[in-house]
Design a protein around this ligand. Sequence first.
Ligand SMILES: Cc1ncc(COP(=O)(O)O)c(C=O)c1O
Length: 405
Amino acid sequence: MDKRPASTLDASQIKTAAFVIEEEILRHNLSILKYVHDKTGATMLHALKAWATWQFLPMEREYLQGTEVSSLNEARLGYEEFGPEVHMFAPAYQDHEFEEIMKYCSTIIFNSFAQWQKFKSRIEEFHAKSGKTIECGLRINPEYSGESEHGDLWSPTAPGSRLGIRISEFKAALANDPKALEGIDGLHLHIFFEKDLADFKAALPVIEEKFGEYFKGLKWVNFGGGLKFTDDNADVEGYIAAINEFQEKHNVHTHFEPGAAIAWYAGSLVSSVLDIVERDDVPYKIPILDISFEDHLTDFFVSSDLDLEVRGATIERDDTKLAGKNAYKFGGMTCIAGDKMAYAHIFPAPLNVGDKVVIDHAIQYTLIKITMFNGVQHPAIVSWKDGKATTLREFSYQDYKSRMG
Ligand SMILES: Cc1ncc(COP(=O)(O)O)c(C=O)c1O
């Protein structure tokens, strides 16, 4: 595979604050996913929960087969902007939304046998009425996610997880009703968070040991998201071999739902330094940026173990190593005392008011989770292509007001 192209983003051309998506890098990521599809036949679905700047979805059709969605709103967006292959999983479905969900979705995955039994007849009636066939799946929980560097916060298989049917529950449901799987086309699992090929291969025997016997007669197994297919060091050929082997062994098709891997390094949050607060009780300065960590970078706010990659800077988590360095802990625009980075960034030269600060690798799970808490303006959304910035969306007072009443 070609190497990921270097960023060409020229921050001086960007009016801050703005999320900037670099189309060339996005296409690079998508081309890796297409390559895996071409070599395995695996269905590649864009998980809209990670990032859903819909202006790019028509272009993504050149590379991917469809979208993976988790709500009626996402289902409609996927259907209208990408196309008819829309696979939905939700922890539970609501009666009043289900008719519309069936209109938009090609596959619906249930989180429990009870939900499946509840909605099965509606899917059959919908088919009789409209002629549309909707494939159905059940989400399983193999109670394994591999090593977790981030604790249980992101693990859907941790004890007490509400997501997926555990093997003991699966067997009990079948003992109670041997026909409980009738009408089920596939099994779905989502157990990975930023995992690589070795983690994928380590998980397969665990999944097979628990659920392998139920793969017989199914059309597909959906492995969800969380695999770093587009990471610089990804062993793409290794993924292809493992997927092909799995498909042949079980005579099933596979589905994948990459979210983060689509946007991997393709988006940055560009901000400006508005002021630099100096305190003599800490060995760093506090630049106030025209963004908010609380509002715009929620995951970095919640999990200080995630690396915020600031262009030109290195991360230093140990405050005792900051003396004599151009050390900064960035602060945001809200009144929340904790709206700041928990660790320092070190720059080769001092920062000044008016400097641009480019946070790279910052589009996945950021833009999608934004709030307008404190009325802080939502950063614009900009596309960067061939050395030129195009604003896709700017936000205004009306966007803030319309959410408040
Ligand atoms: C069911 C499901 N599929 C796909 C994804 C996308 O995962 P990622 O963005 O890590 O690839 C998620 C993320 O939470 C998910 O819950």
